[in-house]
Design a protein around this ligand. Structure first.
Ligand code: ADP
Ligand code: MG
Length: 228
């Protein structure tokens, strides 16, 4: 059963890689516009859970409902279309395209969706302003700092105004000051665009930016309040 008002829900997800159990009956739900932190030690299954929720990895069993539709029943083409239109992604290392300028990187998802060049550039600049990296528009990723690069990556992930932003250790490669700035601007921009956020982190300081925390241990998830 889907909790009332939930946008994305997972029930009893199981996933094994050969002899390794990555998910062992994990549950999850996020409401529209809600920021949920997924916490837990390294190897506990956080990334696998995020990849399943985002339709990147297919679980061995269990159900994932997005906006009333069963994700695991969709074919690959529909799932990738959904990822392009409804989901945004930020990873530990921004994975910006080094040959493109920062502005071109941010505009890229819009261009891939068929948005005309000028409109894509204008929207990209708007999101770069929100993340306070508009002054880096003409620079290439190799010419900016780690924290700046992650803010460019967040702008790129939000430029299509996704309904869910998936972020896997987005501050994992940054010092605490830069990490907090990325989190402040990420959550601010996500709230302004009503995007739900699934934030994977093992840092309590980062999780503090969320509305709710869940803990993953040995492939099983718990609400924070019930985990302690
Ligand atoms: N593609 C994969 N192939 C084999 N094992 C994997 C793969 N992805 C994850 N695992 C294993 O599944 C477990 C959970 O991994 P992961 O979800 O990445 O944990 P976390 O993100 O919490 O560190 C680990 O034991 C990991 O080694
Ligand atoms: Mg991980």
């Amino acid at each position: 059963m889907t909790p009332p008002g939930s946008l994305l829900t997972a029930r009893d997800l199981r996933k094994a890689y050969g002899p390794t159990t990555a998910l062992d009956g994990a549950d999850f739900s996020v409401h529209p516009g809600e920021v949920v932190a997924v916490m837990g030690p390294s190897g506990s299954g956080k990334s696998t859970l995020l990849h399943c929720l985002a339709g990147i990895v297919t679980p061995d069993s269990g159900s994932i409902t997005y906006d009333g539709r069963e994700l695991t029943a969709m074919n690959d083409a529909r799932r990738s279309a959904l990822r392009r239109t409804d989901f945004g992604f930020v990873f530990q290392f921004g994975q910006l395209v080094p040959e493109l300028t920062c502005a071109e990187n941010v505009a890229l998802p819009l261009r891939l969706n068929g948005t005309p060049r000028k409109e894509a550039a204008a929207t990209a600049l708007d999101f770069m302003r929100r993340l306070e990296v508009d002054d880096l528009a003409a620079k290439r990723p190799g010419e900016v700092s780690g924290g700046q690069g992650q803010r460019v990556a967040v702008a790129r992930a939000l430029v299509t105004t996704p309904r869910v932003l998936f972020a896997d250790e987005p501050t994992g490669a940054l010092d605490s000051l830069n990490g907090e700035r990325v989190m402040e601007l990420l959550t601010e921009a996500a709230r302004a665009t009503h995007a739900a956020v699934v934030l994977v982190t093992h840092e309590a300081r980062v999780a503090a930016y969320s509305d709710r925390e869940i803990v993953v241990r040995d492939g099983r998830s718990r609400d924070m309040e019930r985990a302690v």
